[in-house]
Design a protein. Structure first.
Length: 94
């Protein structure tokens, strides 16, 4: 029996279902963007991906996105500031 997030996902039109999976698969799209557009939290997206992907594909996806800063806006902002700081430091050295 599918859980509630999967049931909500299945009520979406096919093109929106494809878009949710595509956004979850992309490394640079944060879970917060999926939540804003489709109302699905990170645990909901994880549950949907578990049901929609083959088990090996799901495991690879989870290994890739677990702890990835770009999948979380707060972490991505921190990375951005670090990158700017490093660029400025490297510019000052040259």
């Amino acid at each position: 029996m599918p859980k509630a997030p999967v049931k909500r996902f299945r009520r979406l039109p096919n093109d929106e279902q494809s878009r949710v999976i595509e956004m979850a698969w992309e490394d640079r799209t944060p879970f917060e963007a999926i939540e804003t557009l489709f109302g699905m939290s990170e645990p909901d997206v994880i549950e949907v991906m578990r049901h929609q992907l083959k088990s090996a594909s799901y495991r690879l996806w989870r290994m890739r996105v677990t702890g990835r800063a770009t999948k979380h806006q707060a972490c991505a902002r921190r990375m951005f500031y670090v990158d700017i700081a490093q660029r400025n430091i490297s510019a000052e050295i040259h």
